[in-house]
Ligand binder design. Structure first.
Ligand code: ATP
Ligand code: MG
Ligand code: FE
Length: 336
């Protein structure tokens, strides 16, 4: 079965086609980053309008390139949340309109389940059960995964998400939006001069807190002449603190759950220092580690097409309900 996947939860319009046996057929992404960077962050109303402009042409292009017509498509998967309501509604309404016109089922996909399952698109996918660390612009979660839709939340951020912390810290350092990749680029030139704390690692539990690192950044910055080298040194201290904190918590979660596989996904998992730090930790713990390819760490249509395909195969679909949820706890998902 060919499944068309649509992603419009934030600032990227993603379209992909996944086939239940042949795997990923095609995927296209249009990023709105240039439009939002002028404002230093995502402007929700502009995001919705741009999804309206880009989504249908991107669907046409994706199907044309794959040599497929509407008759070939077995179902349509769309991101139904969590995300920006207006942006979500564009994908949800488009998916349901196509489903109605083509007489095919539509399936609402949880955006974080999409991120979580993204490593399944790689050559050597993990088998269940595994531990998942989801680190993105809006979420930081440790999840015990027994199967698709069988999620137990072990810990999450009590304040800023990991990606949000990267973006806010980058902003303080005068870097543009989104700051994550820019901050990590700057950190390459940094020297290990500052030591930032590893928040919440000195007490038990698997929750995270990243907002305190902003204060450290601010204070460190004010104590220097704010030269390029000072900023690079601070960027390095921040990135090292996040990478080590994530590794400490994942190690604790692996030991606690006795799981021997770790999946790391979401935009921040594109960060090479974080990937390396987690890989070294997993090696020591004798656990296998899995990441999506960098382009599938951030938002994309492929992960939505994949997740939707698994649920459609299990006969799940949304009927004629157009589902869009700004907030949607991952534990509420039905098992497959
Ligand atoms: P969510 O998935 O929680 O709804 P989102 O979809 O906005 O949020 P993603 O697209 O998964 O988030 O990831 C974007 C985030 O990843 C941004 O905060 C960005 O700064 C961060 N990011 C991307 N690349 C890197 C990198 N190399 N290093 C650090 N952070 C990065
Ligand atoms: Mg984005
Ligand atoms: Fe995302």
């Amino acid at each position: 079965m060919y499944v068309l996947g649509l992603e419009t939860s934030c600032d990227e319009t993603g379209v992909a086609i996944y086939h239940s046996e042949k795997g990923l057929i095609n995927h296209l992404l249009y990023s709105q980053i240039d439009m939002h960077s002028e404002y230093g962050g995502v402007v929700p109303e502009l995001a919705s309008r741009d999804h309206i402009r880009k989504l249908v042409p991107l669907i046409k292009q994706c199907m044309n390139e794959a040599g497929l017509t509407s008759r070939d498509i077995g179902g349509i998967a769309y991101t139904a949340g969590p995300g920006l309501m207006g942006a979500l509604l564009v994908g949800a309404a488009t998916a349901n309109s196509l489903a109605w016109a083509w007489r095919k089922p539509a399936i609402a996909v949880h955006h974080m389940e999409g991120h979580l399952l993204a490593p399944m698109l790689e050559n050597n996918p993990p088998s269940f059960p595994f531990l998942a660390l989801l680190i993105s612009g809006g979420h930081t979660m440790l999840v015990e995964v027994k199967g698709i839709g069988r999620y137990h939340l072990l810990g999450e951020s009590l304040d800023d998400a990991a990606g949000e912390a990267f973006d806010k810290t980058a902003k303080m350092l005068g870097l543009g939006y989104p700051g994550g990749p820019k901050l990590s680029e700057l950190a390459k030139r940094g020297t290990p001069r500052f030591k930032f704390p590893r928040p919440m690692t000195d007490r038990p539990g698997l929750d995270f807190s990243f907002s305190g690192l902003k204060t450290y950044t601010m204070n460190a910055l004010h104590d220097t002449a704010q030269s390029d080298q000072d900023k690079a040194d601070i960027a390095l201290a921040f990135q090292t603190a996040v990478a080590e904190t994530l590794s400490i918590k994942c190690k604790r979660a692996l030991q606690q759950t006795r799981l021997d596989k770790l999946v790391v996904a979401g935009g921040v998992s594109a960060n090479s220092v974080i990937r390396q730090s987690l890989t070294e930790m997993a090696d020591k713990e004798q656990a296998l580690i899995y990441f999506p390819r960098p382009e599938f760490c951030t938002d994309n249509g492929a992960m939505i097409a994949y997740a939707g395909c698994q649920r459609l195969i299990a006969d799940q679909h949304q009927g004629s309900v157009i589902l869009a949820r700004a907030r949607w706890p991952i534990e509420e998902l039905p098992p497959v």
